[in-house]
Design a protein around this ligand. Sequence first.
Ligand code: APR
Length: 169
Amino acid sequence: MNHHVFEGDITTLPVDAIVNAANESLLGGGGVDGAIHRAAGPGLLAACRALPEARPGVRCPTGEARITGGFALPARFVIHTVGPVWHGGQRGEPALLEACYRESLRLAREHGVASIAFPAISAGVYGYPADAAAAIAVRMIRDAPWRPGNVVFCTFSAAMTRVYASALG
Ligand code: APR
């Protein structure tokens, strides 16, 4: 399995699927979510808005994932997943972050995705400690029963690149 770190803007990657660190509304936001919606264009928001609500205002509960087309992105698909907000680690955050990777891989497999890029889910606005988030990301990919042939961990700073390089050992 080929997995490596790429430092840069995930929206530029010519992979089959990029993973979006979204919020439960799936209606966009800041960070990588904002970048992906800007690069994909308005069709992405329309596709997200068309997804059914699990409950009022929630199209993707934390720990789950939804897939849409990539629209103006180089990627064919966007897999939207919602990571946990960090509250100190005693409110199920690790298990929810693990579920983000598991559910993203499940959708990738169902859609024949051969290459995928993950951002550092929850390690930005949601405040998950970077080293712990990266350790979960690497372990969930390495231990997965199935994964795409090419997996990219996309970092957006030299500091995060160092964190992922360390997690990859
Ligand atoms: N490409 C790759 N990585 C990026 C990009 C980009 N263009 N922009 C930001 N990142 C990185 C951040 O530096 C961080 O390391 O993505 C990681 C995740 O940070 P956030 O985007 O803040 O995501 P998260 O912590 O999961 O918080 C999600 O933020 O943007 C809102 O709508 C989103 O409410 C949700 C929350």
